[in-house]
Design a protein around this ligand. Structure first.
Ligand code: ZN
Ligand code: ZN
Length: 351
């Protein structure tokens, strides 16, 4: 065991502050990664403030962060995938049983014995797992991903959550050439969805409530931008979409988007509005439409996504901040005052 530097919160109303946390020494199949960048995901903030206590109560102190990118500094004797000096990344999961049908299908993200990167039981040291707001992390090599060397590392870190969350449902619903794809909400998730849908060859339409986001949406790869408050503009697209990704986490009318789906069209939710959705059955019945959810992705698909990003030079649009500005960044995140993801320069932790 060794002591790592980190930023942690002591309670739901405490700011994140410097802390020292235990990390295990690498076992045979472990890699130790020096963390260079960690993205700030909205679920970091929810967990720090215990806002999802109905589903999972936060254990304090918490060290959040599951968009981790850095360099391998130490490897166990049986490690095959990495050598010292390689780039490596860690996303939302650091362990699973590896034996259940879901794990065997490469869907470790749905393993009943899944261990999340932060806030899960730590089977090695006891206590809970600590995330990426830290100078290093130790994980089994199976849960570490290879990062294409052409990618900017600050912008690559958010691919580990925002990237795979949007990439996975697009692959499931065969987004590609000849398909019309809608993206609802242009934030951390939405801006990645636009880049992926565009790179996959689809016709991309962005829905936004903010007309001032139009230019940015076009720059990111959208072919068209629709202001969703304009009923006439919405009606023009009725019944035409093969797939819509809804990344809005505020309450909104999902029926307005279901009505835009073509025959057999699918709308997938990746945002989590606080109130139940009022879905009109007829919006689904007329046209064999479906409404789905999606939750990150398994390890093989996460690697596929990173390789796809390498081939198409895709990274998140980030604002790099030192760790000392993390509490300020959380307040700005609540105001959507970031284009489009914060990436923490973790070398600032050593200052
Ligand atoms: Zn996340
Ligand atoms: Zn499993």
């Amino acid at each position: 065991m060794y002591k790592a530097r980190a930023y942690s919160a002591a309670g739901a109303t405490s700011p994140l502050a410097p802390a020292s946390i235990p990390r295990r020494d690498p076992a045979d199949r472990d890699v130790r990664i020096e963390i260079l960048f960690c993205g700030i995901c909205h679920s970091d903030l929810h967990a720090v403030r215990n806002e999802w206590s109905e589903f999972m109560s936060t254990a304090y102190p918490i060290v959040p962060g599951h968009e981790i990118a850095g360099l391998v500094t130490k490897i166990g004797s049986a490690v095959k995938k990495f050598k010292v000096g390689d780039l490596a990344a860690v996303g939302c999961l650091v362990d699973s049983d590896r034996t259940c049908p879901r794990c065997k299908a490469g869907l470790e993200n749905f393993c009943p014995n899944l261990r999340l990167t932060f806030g899960s039981r730590d089977d090695h040291l006891g206590g809970v797992t600590y995330g990426g707001y830290s100078d290093s992390i130790v994980v089994d090599e199976h849960f570490a991903l290879r990062v294409p060397s052409n990618l900017d590392l600050a912008g690559a870190a958010p691919l580990l959550c925002a990237g795979i969350t949007t990439y996975s449902p697009m692959r499931r619903y065969a987004v590609g050439k000849g398909k019309k794809v809608g993206v609802v909400g242009l934030g951390g998730l939405g801006h990645m969805a636009v880049k992926f849908a565009d790179a996959l060859g689809a016709q991309v339409v962005v829905f936004t409530t903010s007309p001032h986001k139009k230019e940015d949406a076009l720059r990111l790869g959208a072919d068209e931008v629709v202001v969703s408050r304009d009923a006439n503009e919405m009606q023009k697209h009725a019944g035409t979409f093969d797939f819509i990704l809804d990344a809005v986490s505020a309450d909104h009318d999902v029926n307005a988007y279901l009505n835009l789906l073509a025959l057999d069209g699918n709308l997938t939710l990746v945002g989590a509005p606080p109130k139940p959705l009022g879905v009109t059955a007829f919006a689904l019945i007329f046209g064999n439409r479906s409404l789905s959810g999606s939750n990150i992705g398994g390890i093989p698909q996460t690697q596929e996504m990173l390789d796809f990003c390498g081939a198409h030079n895709i990274t998140a649009d980030v604002e790099v901040i030192p760790i000392q500005k993390v509490n300020e960044a959380y307040e700005r995140l609540l105001r959507s005052d970031v284009k489009y993801r914060f990436s923490i320069d973790m070398t600032s932790l050593r200052e």
